[in-house]
Design a protein around this ligand. Structure first.
Ligand code: SIN
Length: 280
């Protein structure tokens, strides 16, 4: 297996590996180490069918739980992210987030396999929450250290959320629900269970406040952090090719699905790997 990291170490291309078959123990350990070290891995030329995508996911850990979106028929753990050429609804995932961070135990990782890639647009952007944390002053780190951020799915999937207000037809079946109103608090700065590094853990889509603070107080801090995390220096823009797989770490990254491909089909298959309760 060949690992080619980007210059900053954030993101790496993994080649000379066949994900259509179960990995040998040492290869799997090397993939897991690269995942913790580089946060975003991409594997070109992996012609995985859905059974093989599920099997590789399960080599990394049990499936995560995907709420609010109808999974593929007969595949409760696979989401199809599909946008038709004539679709006008905003592309799915077009806001910075870490997957399902409103869950008590958010998914450790997400896998996304490209079936149909548009000729223009449709990139995925990733932000490095490790380096975003490292770049803060000691005074800011000390202020953030004891804080817990409040996460909720309500801005996206709640009865007054973005999807509830949508007027354009969408191929993906989103389930708007009162359950999205629930909140969960996680440390604002988390320690990665494998790398031991600290990362900022908040996003504009799912983080709605800071425990013990008024909304204006909490949002002032959060707005600063949202802008800080997604500045160009910490962002990698991923260009897809058909049959490419990515695996990213939700504990140390945010991601954003870029649009710009109206008139073209885009189809991706997505699974998640279960994670633990984030800890400071
Ligand atoms: C997502 O999982 O948020 C979507 C990513 C993408 O479609 O690029």
């Amino acid at each position: 297996m060949k690992v080619t990291p980007r210059a900053e170490g954030f993101g790496a291309c993994i080649e000379d590996i066949d994900l259509t078959r179960p990995l040998a123990d040492e290869t799997l350990a090397a993939v897991k180490a690269a995942w913790a070290r580089h946060s975003v891995l991409w594997f070109p030329d992996q012609p995985l069918d859905l059974d093989q995508l599920e099997a590789f996911t399960l080599q990394l850990g049990p499936f995560g739980v995907d709420p609010f979106i109808k999974p593929m028929p007969g595949r409760p753990n696979v989401l199809e992210l599909r946008r038709e050429p004539d679709e006008k609804a905003t592309n799915f995932g077009a806001g910075w987030h870490s997957d399902w961070s409103f869950q008590p135990e958010p998914p450790a990782g997400t896998l996304l396999h490209a079936e149909v890639v548009p000729p223009v647009g449709g990139d995925t952007l990733y932000a490095d929450c490790y380096r975003a944390y490292d770049a803060l002053s000691d005074a800011m780190k000390a202020m953030l250290a004891p804080l817990r951020a409040v996460h909720s799915a309500r801005q996206a999937y709640g009865p007054s959320g973005v999807f509830a207000k949508e007027t354009e037809a969408r191929t993906m079946q989103i389930v708007v629900s009162e359950e999205a109103e629930q909140t969960v608090a996680h440390p604002l700065v988390v320690t990665h269970p494998v790398s031991g590094r600290k990362a900022l853990f908040c996003s504009p889509v799912y983080t709605v406040g800071i425990e013990g603070m008024t909304r204006p107080e909490g949002m002032a801090i959060l707005r600063f952090l949202f802008e800080h995390i997604v500045q160009d220096a910490f962002v990698y823009r991923h260009r897809w090719a058909p049959q490419m797989l990515t695996l990213w770490d939700n504990r140390s990254t945010l991601h954003f699905a870029d649009g710009g491909y109206d008139g073209h089909l885009r189809v991706m298959h997505r699974t998640t790997v279960a994670g633990d309760r984030p800890r400071a």
